[in-house]
Design a protein around this ligand. Structure first.
Ligand SMILES: C[S@@+](CC[C@H](N)C(=O)[O-])C[C@H]1O[C@@H](n2cnc3c(N)ncnc32)[C@H](O)[C@@H]1O
Length: 266
């Protein structure tokens, strides 16, 4: 009985910490609404800021990657009740994000700056990125992604259903709309500073690598269904945009094929 109450309480607390980080994030990356943002904070030399910031991203990336892998999940299934696992992952991810927001050092060298209509368009694109992020979590399974479904199943004393493979709406346009939303958020800014650019470049590389591993797991789980999906639907750039780019003379590589062989290991 105690376990049945403790597990959902833990799940709700983890979700609350996640909400705090996700409510703060748009202000942090958009340099708006909050006092400590990506371009505002304690002054340090560019070299020191660079090193501290790299460590903050590194911590987040290491935790996020290790805990998302099947081998790690099998290992900690022996130490932690199954319904708490996703909540713990969400809790640690959110705490590391909050640490990054708090400790991030600005490097205020301006790389590009826009004004007028271009600036407004970039701000609009930035907020569209967040809408894409939020919508995508609901299209896959918001409650499962953030551990709430598992917690409530424990409260009812039932086994949570394994999430099914799904391709609703945005997932018919690209395979990773949630990550596409994040990439838009990190790059769409009217004024790009060196600190912001550092974050955008490193996290983009990280996301592109992490997606190879995620797809490897998805193929292991859903087999031919996911393979066919991969052949049919582009990874991040919708076909209509790729055709436009190709029409303008830009050579657009086929992402589906480019990612056909995920890296080994991990
Ligand atoms: C944080 S979500 C990101 C989903 C996707 N990479 C995206 O950017 O939209 C990661 C979880 O979604 C699951 N997932 C990804 N694509 C899926 C699909 N089409 N159907 C069901 N689950 C999916 C993965 O197994 C993983 O547990």
């Amino acid at each position: 009985m105690i376990k049945r109450l403790l597990i959902p309480t833990y799940g709700l607390l983890s979700y609350a910490v996640f909400l705090v980080s996700m409510i703060y994030a748009p202000g942090f990356f958009g340099n708006t609404l909050v006092s400590k943002s990506i371009d505002v904070g304690a002054a340090s030399s560019p070299g020191q800021a660079f090193l501290i910031n790299l460590q903050l991203i590194g911590l987040f990336a290491i935790q996020h990657s290790i805990m998302a892998r099947q081998r790690f999940k099998q290992w900690w299934a022996r130490h932690l009740p199954a319904p708490c696992q996703r909540s713990t992952y969400v809790l640690l991810t959110s705490l590391l994000l909050l640490l990054l927001f708090w400790q991030w050092r600005p490097i205020p060298v301006v790389v590009w700056s826009t004004s007028g209509i271009a600036a407004w368009l970039l701000v609009g694109l930035y907020w569209m990125g967040w809408v894409l992020v939020l919508a995508s979590t609901h299209m896959i399974d918001h409650l499962d992604l953030f551990g709430l479904r598992q917690s409530f199943s424990a409260m009812r004393g039932t086994e949570p259903l394994r999430p099914a493979f799904r391709t609703p709406l945005l997932y018919r346009l690209v395979r990773h709309p949630l990550m596409l939303g994040f990439l838009i958020v990190f790059w769409a800014t009217p004024e790009m500073t060196a600190g912001h650019l550092l974050f955008a470049v490193v996290i983009t590389i990280y996301i592109l690598i992490a997606l190879q591993f995620e797809e490897r797991d998805l193929i292991a789980e859903f087999g031919a269904t996911y393979q066919q999906y991969r052949e049919r639907v582009p990874m991040l750039l919708p076909r209509v945009l790729r055709r436009t780019a190709a029409g303008r003379g830009g050579a657009v590589p086929d992402e589906s094929r480019a990612t056909a062989s995920p890296p080994s290991g991990g």
